[in-house]
Design a protein around this ligand. Sequence first.
Ligand SMILES: NC(=O)c1ccc[n+]([C@@H]2O[C@H](COP(=O)([O-])OP(=O)(O)OC[C@H]3O[C@@H](n4cnc5c(N)ncnc54)[C@H](O)[C@@H]3O)[C@@H](O)[C@H]2O)c1
Length: 491
Amino acid sequence: MDQNPTAPLPAASTAPGPGVVPEFAPPPAGRPRRRYAVAGTGHRAGMYVAAVTGEHADVAELVAWLDPNPVRIDHYDAQVGHALGANAPARLPRYAPDSLERMIGEQSVDTVIVTSVDRTHAELIDRALRAGADVVVEKPLATDAAGCRRITRAVAETGRDVVMTFNYRYAPRNSTLRRVIADGAVGEVTGIHFEWVLDTRHGADYFRRWHREKANSGGLLVHKASHHFDLVNWWLNDVPTRVYASGGLRFYGDANAAARGMGPRPARGTGAGAGGDPFCLDLRDDPRLDALYLQAERHDGYRRDQDPFAPGITIEDNMSVLVDYAGGATLTYSLNAHSPWEGYQVSVNGTHGRAELLVVERGHLDDDGDPGLDPSAAGGGPGGDPVRPAGHRLVVQRHWRRAEEVAVPDGIGGHGGGDAILLKDVFRRDLRVGTDPLGRAAGYLDGIRAVAVGAAANESMLSGQPVLIDDLRLGVPLAGGVRPEPGDMKG
Ligand SMILES: NC(=O)c1ccc[n+]([C@@H]2O[C@H](COP(=O)([O-])OP(=O)(O)OC[C@H]3O[C@@H](n4cnc5c(N)ncnc54)[C@H](O)[C@@H]3O)[C@@H](O)[C@H]2O)c1
């Protein structure tokens, strides 16, 4: 199973287009490397560990681990030892979550990379900033409005830096749509329609893991749609003001399974002997899943292979959201987690015409031996689907004109070619030559703007009423701070 998000794309598509990969100066000779600690040594940490020990080893070094589970720390510690050329683990100092402050002090940590369970982000960020470190954090910044408030307070009181790693911005197809909008190709944007579908392999995976409980993840409107709401905020260069949402659990979960007459199911995939059941994940089938989760269970009891039809799910699998923007545009958004194919469609309506982006990350699922959970993480799903081939198409049509296809440059690495470019921006930010005309680098305020929509949507689903973003009292005006001005994005 390909779980490596930095996996290169096939050779034919590895050459990035001009302007996609920013330029960086070499680090000044003799400058000390920045000292990083990783908080949360699960799946996503792997991308950062590989980056710090590989491409960015000249500007960054790993100095400590923080995770409640020693087996997952062992996994990465061995990997770092190997990367350093030793035949043994690196034996970096390791800390439990309640010792975050001690770790930052004892190991002179400059920056904490937060790749832990979503519900822990707000606390870890708050404590890291107050203990004197900067933070790089995976989405979502927080899982609710209270977490956002905690972070805005800590940023205001410490003045420290929080980098939000919104990798989807860096996928060239998404960057190109931003350029099209900023260039005025569709005129002033009046509305945007955005539909995202997760297939029954990747989508089901959210219902096997900690994500299945809203208290852990904020549900998919926070955990997953943070990416999507950030894209819309960034594409429009605008801020959300009012949100209405409707949704429910209609496919996964025990009640739906019983209603569809599915009969008794194993509580977990591993060892169920359920060969041929596409919803069962056996952790033993993939060495990385086995090492990170099955071997680690004895320390925290966490099961990563729960049945998606087992009881206890408190998140939705069908969600529809309506978002008003300060500039006057409206977003209609939907997310479905049990689709037969995976990808997204965006339509941007403007006063001069319309732009449409269609992305197929995996055209179909079958028993072809490709068990990859997230098709975008590995740079695309299986090809060979004549009706719905994996790929993307960006079309712009001005009023009274024929539709024109806009070329999208190739990216590098996973998540639509975004991950590897993002990592350059994270680890070499201060070495960037010139500013990024696409304004891709994101900070905590971008994280707040994205979580604001999901948190408001969650409130709206509970109350049945629209929610004003102002009423969330996030502790900072969303339009505040420096917004990248896309005026100079032409050319
Ligand atoms: N941008 C992307 O494309 C992308 C992709 C995958 C995951 N992510 C994000 O990365 C984060 C981690 O996801 P994952 O898939 O690696 O999950 P995971 O379950 O594999 O790893 C989470 C880790 O956090 C640890 N943890 C739990 N409580 C902790 C605490 N209080 N302090 C420190 N560590 C703690 C767990 O023991 C585990 O090792 C999530 O926030 C997720 O949203 C982002």
